[in-house]
Design a protein around this ligand. Structure first.
Ligand SMILES: C[S@@+](CC[C@H](N)C(=O)[O-])C[C@H]1O[C@@H](n2cnc3c(N)ncnc32)[C@H](O)[C@@H]1O
Length: 296
């Protein structure tokens, strides 16, 4: 395990992931029922952009560093407000990882369960979350999260699957974990974050997602450079099962807004359904249509 997220925190891929995560958690709160948040690969929770690791790569400058302090866009407004709340005015020093963002957005009766395997990062995560009684940190293999923690007591849950993608098999592990999760809790909202280097590398992954058996699956991608160079991270995507309404509509305006802010030349975005929601037949007694699957 070489990966440490502190080198990458706040980069353009984090911006997409965290803006969408934040929005999903806010939209899920339109219903009063409690929510369980689960993070399979949690990281340390909170990052110092002036720290040694972030300073070595400087990646955040082309991510959160390019965004304004505030925005009216539904996708960005709350996310930027959370980042601002961690910093004094005009400063961009502290950056919330997925656990910290979720913790800040969720209500007092919601819960959080976070898995992190790296011993040092786990210790930091535990320390960063120590004042919040809603949070349980597990030093365990995130790939077992479905078996270990689902279904949750709460009827509504959001699972973020966010591995480092250091190894080839992490794409198939992510799909297996998704299937495990929906097998145990069909209504769970799941978001898999994935890197985009060269688009053609992702064909098998898209196919596996389309065949996953998920009730519905939205694909949201943003690349800041042409996605044709396998050696560098050019963009990232989120595969979202059971997205809360009206996330799709918000992304339809939010992704082009985000692209304008993050584009380094030749960037783009994509928003489509890999599995469409079955449309109920209007005539009484008629069978609903099967979900339509698509992968390209
Ligand atoms: C991309 S980072 C997570 C970032 C975090 N979700 C966020 O958005 O702030 C991936 C994390 O997974 C951890 N990790 C790697 N393999 C793991 C495994 N099998 N189980 C749990 N954590 C793992 C790494 O130590 C790293 O902290």
């Amino acid at each position: 395990m070489n990966y440490r997220h502190a080198y990458h925190a706040g980069n353009f891929a984090d911006v997409l992931k965290h803006a969408v995560l934040q929005r999903m958690l806010v939209l899920m709160q339109r219903k009063e029922a409690p929510i369980a948040y689960l993070d399979s690969h949690a990281g340390v929770g909170l990052y110092d952009l002036h720290g040694v690791e972030a300073g070595k790569t400087g990646e955040w400058h082309s991510g959160i560093g390019r965004l304004p302090a505030q925005s009216n866009s539904p996708l960005l407004a709350d996310y930027l407000a959370q980042v601002a709340a961690l910093n004094s005015e005009g400063e961009r020093r502290y950056y919330p990882g997925s656990p910290e963002l979720a913790r800040r957005v969720l209500r007092e009766y919601d819960s959080l369960q976070l898995c992190e395997k790296h011993p040092q990062d786990f210790a930091l995560l535990k320390d960063n979350m120590r004042h919040d009684e809603r949070v349980i940190c597990h030093q365990r293999d995130g790939w077992q999260i479905g078996k270990a923690l689902l279904p949750t007591e709460e009827k509504r849950a959001l699972l973020l699957i966010d591995p480092p993608f250091e190894a080839e098999d992490e794409f198939s592990q992510a799909v297996n974990t998704l299937q495990e999760a929906i097998g145990r809790m069909r209504q769970v909202v799941v978001a898999i974050w994935y890197p985009i280097k060269a688009e053609k590398q992702l064909k098998g992954f898209y196919q596996a997602l389309a065949n996953s058996g998920a009730p519905k699956l939205l694909r949201a991608e943003l690349w800041v450079r042409p996605a044709d160079n396998a050696a560098s991270l050019n963009g990232s995507g989120l595969a979202i099962v059971n997205p809360p309404w009206p996330l799709e509509e918000e992304l339809r305006t939010g992704l082009p807004e985000l692209l304008k802010l993050l584009d380094q030349g030749g960037g783009g975005y994509r928003l489509d359904w890999l599995i469409e929601e079955p449309v109920l037949a209007p005539t009484p007694g008629a069978k609903p249509r099967k979900p339509r699957q698509k992968a390209r």
